[in-house]
Design a protein around this ligand. Structure first.
Ligand code: PXG
Length: 292
């Protein structure tokens, strides 16, 4: 495995970062998770744009241009000879001292790109659907740490994930500070009611997921209307279908929420249609690269 570390491709053993890196000390940095399918990087521009937006918001001036970042991502994929991959791009503030002050990180930022393969959930869960549970940990307040910022500080989501797993579920439904449905720990949520899609507005406490936007786009192409709508747990309980979207999880149907069966307790026809269409577009859309 070859890892991109500050401009060089190095082995896994050589890919080490200082304990004084503020990414490690404080979670001071930003990241993206990206997938490639069939030698096509899916929504690469959108991911790189979001990375730079997250960085801008935390006043981290990434030392590479977007074009250089895209080249580095493609180079990492090629070096690992991966046709299908999950990529992690991490940019941290770099090496500083033991104080919070980011101005002390005077040297180079740390830029890491890892290309690997992951299957987040077993295949059966995609066929049978998963059960999720609402957890006590509320999604970060937008006024405190805006969920739109994909920062290295993921403890809010990890705490929620731990709570879900303590209750025997693999994913958590997180509410926003007002008690409305926000998102899951690493995925956005959609419900289907009377043939139409509903997903929470991203301004209220969820990440503007790139898979979420891709689903809205592809749904329109197959004449399924989507709405950004405030959702309560009740609307989720009484929905006909429910599914989650994320780069790592892709699209996964949800068949039980807080013990309530969704629809007939099986992945519904619209979810299946969206999943099939998504699979189809990922095979043909994206930034092309070649491998040996
Ligand atoms: N919400 C949150 C909080 C996320 O972290 C998504 C939604 C989906 O966004 P995209 O753009 O990927 O459709 C994410 C991104 C994991 C993992 O291991 C998941 C993400 C990030 C890092 C790790 O499940 N998801």
């Amino acid at each position: 495995m070859k890892i991109f570390l500050n401009g060089k491709l190095v082995s896994k053993e050589q890919a080490t970062v200082s304990v004084f890196d503020h990414g490690y000390l404080y979670g001071d940095g930003v990241f993206e998770g990206i997938r490639s399918y069939n030698c096509l990087v899916f929504k690469l521009k959108e991911h790189v744009d979001r990375l730079y937006e997250s960085a801008h918001s935390i006043m981290l001036d990434i030392s590479m241009t977007k074009k250089e970042m895209i080249e580095a991502i493609v180079k990492t994929l090629k070096a690992n000879n991966l046709k299908d991959a999950y990529l992690r791009v991490v940019v941290s503030r770099g090496v500083g001292d033991l104080g919070l002050d980011p101005r002390k990180c005077k040297g180079q930022q740390t830029v890491v790109i890892i290309a690997d393969r992951i299957n987040l959930y077993p295949k059966e869960l995609y066929e049978q659907g998963m059960a999720i549970i609402t957890v006590p940990t509320v999604r970060n307040l937008p006024e405190a740490l805006n969920p739109q910022i994909k920062s290295l500080n993921y403890l809010n989501n990890i705490l929620a994930k731990i709570e879900a797993m303590n209750s025997g579920c693999q994913e958590a439904l997180m509410l926003d500070h007002l008690g409305y449905v926000a998102e899951c720990t690493g995925d956005n949520i959609f419900v289907v009611k009377k043939g139409q899609l509903y997903t929470p507005p991203q301004c209220l406490g969820s990440l503007r997921g790139i898979t979420r936007d891709a689903v809205i786009e592809l749904a329109a192409k197959i004449k399924i209307a989507s709405h950004e709508h405030v959702l309560t747990r009740h609307e989720v309980f009484i929905s006909d279908e429910c599914f989650l979207t994320g780069t790592a999880a892709e699209i996964i149907p949800v068949v039980k929420v807080d013990g309530r069966l969704i629809g007939n307790g099986k992945p519904g026809p619209i979810s299946k249609k969206i999943m099939a269409k998504f699979k189809q577009i990922t095979k043909v859309q994206g930034v092309k690269y070649t491998i040996k």
